[in-house]
Design a protein around this ligand. Structure first.
Ligand code: ADP
Ligand code: MN
Ligand code: MN
Ligand code: MN
Length: 358
């Protein structure tokens, strides 16, 4: 089904968006991860504005419609975890990121934040920082990559990465809108760039402390879907959206602890990499579905079956940035995670392997 432009009338909506509420009520859009790792949202009215997560109620939804519960026991509970400003409604309206629990108070399938939070609390003294580079691909409603010539292909990869100019850049306006929406919301977005494959982009979130990484990346993804909804553009986080000589999409995960960031921290970086080498396949297991299609050892990746590391090496599993080798402190980059990861699972296994020795 093709998206009809007539279902979307921002020009009619505008005058309603300017209307104040009678008693200062605000709208809170609850956002959560569904049973397939997708995102869902619904809105409730709150009596007064607040940026404090404790001020938001536990709520619920029909989990049998989101792959998170059976029909006979379908209530799933939403426990607020983090609050952001709402760039779509503006004013004092908010986005509330929530965790999902069943009626017995246990985390439901795909609530990976629960155990991630436990791991982050256990290693809080190390002050783990993360920065994730989220790559993604934009598609037309007809299933072709956004802006590609009808029924054909653009020229081969080369001019698109950080490109500028007509024919080299696709959907810069929607990408810019997303960046601004993140800044408004309070998401710690640190940059964007056009990627190697045309119509593929990246945004970076971080550095974030511990559990904040999953929260901010999840909200950044929500904002991307929501902005692109207005443009009629579909967002794909598939790690190899197109077969052939087109780059896949990853979520490079940059990581450091306080010791790594201090003078001589390179020693701690090397120790962490040694620990990660020993648990390659356990990490790969949570580094995204279909990641074997991406980690082929080509297109700036290491092979899925082998662990490797190196300074400035974009064909390795883990890259130590050149500047880190120079200054002998800083962070390293795990290049294995795919674009469709759950960031809670990835950040959790990294601290479990490197700090909690599990
Ligand atoms: P690349 O050169 O691999 O494309 P980017 O500039 O796209 O790198 O992304 C770098 C990421 O590393 C950003 O998300 C940034 O927040 C993160 N980062 C920077 N310093 C640290 C640090 N000390 N610890 C963890 N992450 C960091
Ligand atoms: Mn990058
Ligand atoms: Mn990239
Ligand atoms: Mn990178």
């Amino acid at each position: 089904m093709s998206l009809s432009q007539s279902i979307h009338h921002p020009e009619y909506l505008e005058k309603y968006m300017k209307l104040p509420s009678l008693n200062g009520e605000v709208q809170a859009e609850y956002v959560w991860i569904d049973g397939d790792g997708g995102l869902r949202c619904k809105t409730t009215t709150c009596e007064k504005a607040s940026m404090n997560v404790e001020d938001y109620k536990e709520w619920n939804f029909d989990g049998s419609s989101t792959g998170q519960a059976e029909g006979h026991d379908s209530d799933v509970y939403l426990r607020p975890a983090a609050v952001f400003r709402d760039p779509f409604r503006g004013g004092d309206n908010v986005l509330v990121l929530a965790e999902c629990y069943n009626s017995e108070g246990l985390p439901v399938k795909s609530n990976n934040r629960y155990s991630c939070k436990k791991a982050m609390d256990a290693c809080a003294d190390h002050k783990p920082w993360f920065g994730i580079e989220q790559e993604y691909t934009l598609f037309n409603n007809d299933g072709a990559p956004y802006g590609w010539p009808k029924g054909g292909f653009p020229g081969p990869q080369g001019p698109y990465y950080c490109g500028v100019g007509a024919g080299k850049v696709f959907a810069r306006d929607a990408v810019e809108a997303h960046y601004r929406a993140c800044l408004y919301a309070g998401v710690k977005i640190s940059g964007i760039n056009a990627e190697v494959m045309p119509s593929q982009w990246e945004f970076q979130v971080g550095p974030c402390l511990g559990i904040e990484m999953g929260d901010h990346l999840t909200m950044a993804r929500f904002l991307l879907f929501r902005v692109c909804e207005e443009w009629g553009i579909k967002v794909s986080f598939h790690p190899k959206p197109l077969k052939g000589d087109w780059n896949g999409a990853g979520c490079h995960t940059n990581y450091s602890t306080e010791l790594m960031r201090q003078e001589g921290g390179i020693k701690h970086i090397e120790e962490a990499i040694e620990k990660m080498a020993k648990r390659h396949m356990e990490h790969i297991a949570v580094y995204g579905d279909d990641n074997d299609l991406r980690l082929t050892g080509r297109h700036e990746t290491g092979h899925i079956g082998t662990f490797s590391s190196g300074v400035a090496n974009r064909g390795a599993s883990i890259r130590i940035p050149r500047s880190v080798q120079h200054t002998k402190k800083g962070y390293f980059e795990d290049r294995r995670p795919a674009s469709n990861i759950d960031p809670y699972q990835v950040t959790e296994i990294i601290v479990r392997t490197t700090l909690l020795n599990e």
